[in-house]
Ligand binder design. Structure first.
Ligand SMILES: [Zn+2]
Length: 333
């Protein structure tokens, strides 16, 4: 048993309370490798933004759960070395799909876990979430739950269609499970293809797809039922078209990739939405930078020469999200 407190990590309770009162959101960035983690920590340290490091099932399979946990511990020390005296870093399990996975993360130094029972029948989702909450709270680990279904594909999480969260269920769900935050479905979606072309309109000038707006009426109804309760948005990458264009002009093929416009996320961040998950955008930044080096310098074979620029591009992206979209800069001085 390792407590996250010994590792210098924090849970989400205070982060979320401050974010809701302050009208901003905490970035939750997924990480799978060293360059990505370096970029997240550098961006957070330079902007003094609280940050949530997320580990998905795909990341655990790719990089090993033990190694990722030690990397997060190293990240706290790296943050201090960068001059961030009081780093506010949370290590969070993304989309835990069983009690056992959540328990192993709690036992091994994670400060927050998500139990995703959203694909289960309502009562089973409640029972599973409650079991995880009862275990995690003994160790002051916070728990995110999910109600409603997001469309899209992310690692092993996939669904054909989204089902918006039903506002009439949220009080019962939050009360009976005791969860600390709730991921909801209001039209965000996993992956770089968040919407089918037929769900979008096309900008007549650029020919690019314009996605349908998020269901802010559903968000408002949920906030009315649960005033001040921390709300989480998954699948909130914006799929920057400049990265898609670089990829497509340097040997890639991402036709009609489309995400959530940043102005909608900016609006959400000012509400009770206090955690916004961003993963695909950093994948796009990484891939665009690597493809550019490969195209411009075909003789390059030192991974540091293409992973380095990829890391720089991700750092730039993370800082942009923190300062321009979520407003969490300067909130962890
Ligand atoms: Zn997700």
């Amino acid at each position: 048993m390792v407590s996250y407190k010994e590792l210098g990590l924090v849970n989400t309770r205070e982060m979320f309370a401050k974010a809701i009162n302050g009208g901003y959101a905490i970035p939750a960035f997924n990480f799978n490798n060293m360059e990505q983690l370096q970029a997240i920590i550098k961006a957070s340290a330079e902007t003094k933004s609280p940050v949530i490091l997320q580990v998905s099932k795909g990341a655990r399979n790719y990089a090993n759960q033990t190694l990722l946990r030690y990397m997060a511990q190293g990240a706290v020390e790296y943050a201090k070395e960068l001059g961030w005296e009081n780093p506010q870093i949370c290590l969070h399990l993304d989309h835990g799909d069983s009690f056992e996975v959540c328990k192993s993360c709690v036992d091994f130094g994670f400060s927050s876990v998500m139990i995703d029972g959203s694909s289960l029948p309502y009562e089973e989702n409640i029972a599973l979430t409650k079991k995880v909450v009862e275990y995690a709270h003994q160790f002051d680990v916070t728990v995110e739950a999910e109600l409603g279904v997001l469309a899209g594909v992310e690692d092993d999480v996939q669904a054909e269609e989204s089902h918006y969260t039903k506002p009439e269920e949220v009080i019962d769900f939050a009360t009976r499970t005791g969860c600390d935050s709730l991921a909801i479905s209001i039209g965000t979606s996993h992956g770089a293809y968040k919407f089918k072309p037929e769900q979008c309109t096309r900008d007549p000038q650029t020919g690019k797809l314009v996605p349908p707006p998020l269901a802010f009426d559903v968000l408002d109804a949920i906030m009315e039922k649960l005033p001040g309760f921390p709300i989480v948005l998954h699948g909130s990458s914006s799929v920057p078209q400049e990265y898609v264009d670089i990829i497509n002009t340097h040997g890639g093929n991402l036709p009609d990739a489309v995400g959530i416009p940043e102005e909608q996320l900016r609006k959400a961040a000012k509400s009770a939405v206090c955690k916004i998950n961003i993963d695909s955008d950093s994948r796009l930044a990484f891939t665009a930078a690597v493809r550019k080096v490969f195209a411009d310098k075909p003789g390059e074979f030192d991974p540091r020469k293409y992973c380095g620029p990829a890391r720089d591009e991700m750092t730039k992206l993370y800082k942009h999200k923190i300062i321009e979209v979520l407003g969490s800069d300067g909130k962890a001085e």
